[in-house]
Design a protein around this ligand. Structure first.
Ligand code: G4P
Length: 526
């Protein structure tokens, strides 16, 4: 098959949700359809239990699980589908944001009882930044959920996206009877824990009397009324609007009962985009280009603390990736090759001979990669869209063992390369400040510094709650600002100045008082 054909049959996406909405359950059901796993229960939840802050074994277990399930690949309807896993815990949200840079679309899971939750909004903001196409799955219809029209309104309002239902529920909770496919004009009858998916589907026009027989007069009337309203209120589903991230098709179902999942998967296969072109600092790279290119979106430390090698996850953007071939590492301007790159299956890894656009390759790394690094066949490119976000919690790293300062430096350098947290250096004195989006990372870092690098540290909380990257068209004005702000200025790993603010209010004050300085919420402002 040609690159174009191989590309056309790939779908690379992530499932996102507020914790507990059903992401893990849905992932598992999708893998079951693809035959990638044989039994339910094979996909372990990557959730960290609430007690985990003090339970390091739990954190270690989580790391093990999240490597194993980082990328799950299966074949379905002649498509090669790659699901990129995202951590459920909100303290690891930044990891999720990065993973979202490597997908071409997402499925968003909503709990029909709870509607749009806090994490849902944040994740969707990230999708909006890149106009990622979104399909919405409203889950747990076997529970007494909210009115579906209200849910749709809430989605539009809070997530800032238009929606279009493609299936519609007949009741919910104990009286849940099934979903009607507005596209296929078929009624799917609900049965808890279905094993076979083909049974109980009825092609049916709404006006047919048999509908009343099947679901009762009251529900039949309600369904007719609902569908009339839908057709009246919502435009026809427009795939282009979906592909440009403006419109989200909505499916209803119950993941744990494997209900509505096949319709979702079929809809996904039909509508979701194949690997898309990606922007670099120089030009747009199209997947069908002959020359290989790709970028690292995630780095994971190996689980064996005696080895410091890590796994870098590379998303292929164009051309063919081949085992053993030399590629150009554009940041370091050097050539690198990989003798045993691997691909991910649901529960195993296997050596990969060649990979195509959309695929994710695991590369053993001994410290050459940072998140966002680009590999090419020689062209000097850097893929865009892999920003660092402003952290929210800041603590100074204090070395507890002066004999181990080298280990500490190396450890914190490598852990922050992995994207666990962000490192800022304050002058004078090279003080190290670590910024994260959640408190849990500090425990993880402290634990890993000790167990992987033999370095002991403690944390001193700092009063900052916002980091913004600062630039100016006038270098003199920037230098002046940096000088004036003194210890409120840190430097990120690329030596870019970052302004640390105590509060949103302080940040706004500084913005007002310094009109020549630009303040950026993410590191990607070039
Ligand atoms: P997450 O990855 O988004 O955090 O959610 P996960 O799939 O772990 O699901 C969270 C809980 O919701 C699980 O229950 C799961 O069984 C349940 N669930 C998922 N889909 C449905 C559904 O369609 N209907 C209902 N009623 N429940 C659903 P749990 O009690 O936390 O775990 P478990 O003991 O059932 O595994």
């Amino acid at each position: 098959m040609s690159i174009t054909q191989e590309t056309a049959r790939r779908r690379t996406f992530a499932i996102i949700s507020h914790p507990d909405a059903g992401k893990t359950t849905l992932t598992e059901k999708l893998l079951l359809f693809g035959g990638a796993i044989q039994t339910a229960g094979a996909v372990k939840s990557n959730k960290i239990k609430k007690s985990a802050t003090s339970d390091f074994m739990e954190i270690e277990k989580q790391r093990g699980i999240s490597v194993a399930t980082s990328v799950m690949t299966f074949e379905y309807n002649n498509l090669k589908i790659n699901i990129l896993d995202t951590p459920g815990h909100k303290d690891f949200a930044e990891d999720t944001y990065r993973t979202l840079t490597a997908v071409d679309s997402v499925i968003l899971v909503i709990d029909c009882v709870k509607g749009v939750e806090e994490q849902t909004e944040r994740l969707m903001e990230v999708c909006r930044m890149r106009d990622t196409p979104v399909i919405i799955f409203i889950n747990k219809l076997d529970r007494e959920g909210r009115n579906p029209f209200d849910l749709l309104d809430e989605l539009e309002e809070k997530l800032n996206i238009r929606v279009r239902p493609l299936t519609w529920p007949v009741n919910m909770g104990s009286d849940f009877k099934g979903v009607y496919s507005l596209i296929e004009q078929k009624l799917y009858f609900f049965k808890a824990n279905k094993t076979k998916v083909e049974d109980d589907v009825l092609p049916i026009k709404l006006e047919e009397a048999v509908l009343d027989e099947k679901v009762g007069e009251r529900d039949a009337a309600q369904l007719r009324e609902d569908v009339e309203l839908i057709e009246g209120v919502y435009d026809q589903f427009d795939r282009d609007a979906y592909l440009s991230g403006k419109l989200a098709p909505v499916f209803f179902g119950s993941a744990v009962n494997n209900f509505g999942v096949k319709e979702l998967l079929d809809g996904f296969c039909q509508y979701s985009p194949e690997p898309i072109a990606r922007q670099t600092d120089k030009r747009e790279v199209k997947p069908e280009e002959k020359q290989f290119s790709g970028f690292v979106f995630k780095i994971h430390a190996n689980l064996d603390p005696r080895h410091r090698d890590r796994i870098a996850f590379l998303r292929i953007c164009s051309g063919v990736f081949e085992r053993g071939k030399f590629y150009h590492h554009t940041r370091l301007d050097k050539n690198v090759r990989f003798s045993s790159p691997f691909s991910f299956m649901a529960d195993s890894k296997s050596v990969l001979e060649e990979g195509f656009p959309g695929d994710v390759v695991g590369l053993y790394d001994t410290g050459t990669f940072k998140i966002g690094d680009t590999l090419t066949e020689g062209e000097d490119l850097q893929f865009q869209g892999i920003p660092s976000f402003s952290p929210e919690i800041f603590k100074e790293l204090i070395n507890l063992d002066p004999m181990k300062s080298k280990q500490l430096d190396k450890g914190i350098e490598q852990l922050t390369d992995e994207g666990v947290a962000q490192l800022f250096t304050l002058q004078p004195g090279n003080r190290k400040v670590v910024g994260t989006v959640g408190d849990l990372q500090f425990d993880v870092i402290q634990y890993r510094l000790e167990h992987e690098y033999g370095a002991k540290c403690r944390w001193v909380p700092m009063n900052y709650s916002k980091a913004t990257w600062v630039t100016s068209d006038d270098p003199k004005k920037l230098a002046e600002f940096v000088r004036l702000k003194g210890n409120q200025i840190g430097y990120d790993k690329d030596q870019n100045p970052v302004f640390l603010a105590e509060s949103e209010w302080m940040l706004r004050m500084n913005q007002q008082n310094n009109p020549d300085i630009q303040f950026h919420q993410t590191s990607e402002f070039k």
